[in-house]
Design a protein around this ligand. Structure first.
Ligand code: KG4
Ligand code: ZN
Length: 341
């Protein structure tokens, strides 16, 4: 047995994933079975279909992760699984699979918060100097955090309504660009003019400096598209995508820059699916460099949902002996400070 080898399992949304990581940072395998194709025709994730597909796939994905890592179940030190936040039926597949394995193998079970896991994706690619500020932007969350050390997160602010990724997905649907929306908008925007439309940015006042709001922007884009349709004009999808992407990126960059300045950190991390966006990476990197700070982010396949990040975050729980019981349940609504109920 390798005393640091952790199997991670992730089924919170529409990726069935398993990975093997040692010592919380060394990646041995990372298998992701995406369901995107299955949900595409519905324009978003259908929870029942997601759970059923997780059930059909999870055992094969785990077998592949072990075989690609060149290890067996008996080599593992522990089993880590995402237990929330996410879709309850989808989460339950991973949680029950992990509990069964932990029981049958007599290994510790580690209950990982999906948001902590997104942050931990950064630890798989580079050594991080703390303290740091982290922007987690995904389909379900847009949150600014202060990290005093690895695994120690303090909330600075979050979205009051839609998450950034959710806004990308909705606008992509309105523009008929397909699902998932983020990559589709990013691609369409490449041939668009970001100045063709001027969409609102919600920056707000001093007391809610680190909070986000994307619902006004989303409505403004949708209203613009509807107005064009009513006038019988063809929507210039590339221009709308480019102007929308620019607005979201500007908000994310400005607030993250302010948070880093206020907390006086040298290090800033990006995490979550939206962190795969090249415009966000480039703009943020540029403004932080001007301020004398350094930006880190995982490669795109470690930004979106995967199990390597779950195994990496599981390592922090393992080191501290924070093992979950076999009564672990899925917790669909879970913030970053609560470790279960
Ligand atoms: O982290 P993630 O895989 O799942 C959640 O935990 O939600 O994030 C998925 C979100 C989706 O909303 C997707 O549209 C967005 O991340 N996304 C992107 C990009 N790639 C994925 N958003 C903008 N640009 C991208 N390149
Ligand atoms: Zn995620």
């Amino acid at each position: 047995m390798n005393k640091t080898l952790i199997l991670g399992i992730e089924t919170s949304c529409d990726e069935t994933a398993a990975a093997v990581v040692s010592g919380g940072s060394r990646l041995h395998s990372n298998i992701i079975a995406s369901q995107a194709e299955l949900h595409r025709k519905y324009g978003g994730v259908v929870p029942e279909i997601a759970s059923r597909r997780h059930l059909e796939t999870v055992n094969f994905v785990i077998e592949q992760a072990l075989s690609a890592a060149g290890c067996t179940f008996s080599d593992l030190a522990a089993i880590a699984v995402t237990y929330g936040p996410g879709l309850v039926g989808a989460l339950l597949v991973g949680v029950n699979t992990a509990k069964t394995l932990a029981y049958a193998l007599g290994k510790p079970l580690l209950a990982v918060n999906h948001i902590e896991a997104h942050i931990a994706a950064n630890y798989l690619v580079q050594e991080i100097q703390f303290p740091a500020v982290c922007l987690v932007a995904s389909g379900g969350h847009t949150t600014l955090l202060y990290l005093a050390a690895r695994g120690e997160a303090e909330l600075l602010g979050a979205t009051r309504d839609d998450a950034a990724g959710e806004a990308f997905d909705k606008i992509a649907r309105v523009l008929n660009l397909g699902y998932p929306g983020g990559p589709a908008i990013e691609q369409a925007a490449q041939s668009g003019n970001p100045e063709a439309f001027s969409f609102p940015r919600a920056f707000s006042g001093r007391d809610d400096l680190f909070e986000f709001s994307f619902s006004g922007l989303k409505s403004a884009v949708i209203n613009t598209v509807h107005r064009l349709e009513q006038k019988g004009e063809k929507t210039p999808a590339a221009d709308v995508a480019a102007a929308f992407q620019q607005a979201v990126v500007e908000i994310l960059v400005e607030k993250t820059r302010l948070a880093a300045a206020e907390k006086k950190v040298k290090t800033v991390l990006l995490a979550g699916g939206v962190a795969a966006n090249s415009l966000l990476r480039d703009r943020l990197e540029q403004v932080l460099r001007e301020d004398g700070r350094k930006l880190f982010y995982p490669p795109p396949d470690l930004c979106t949902d995967n199990a390597a990040m779950v195994a990496a975050a599981g390592w922090d729980l393992f080191r501290e002996g924070k093992f979950a019981g076999l009564d672990l349940n899925a917790v669909p609504v879970l913030d970053i400070f609560r470790q279960g109920e």
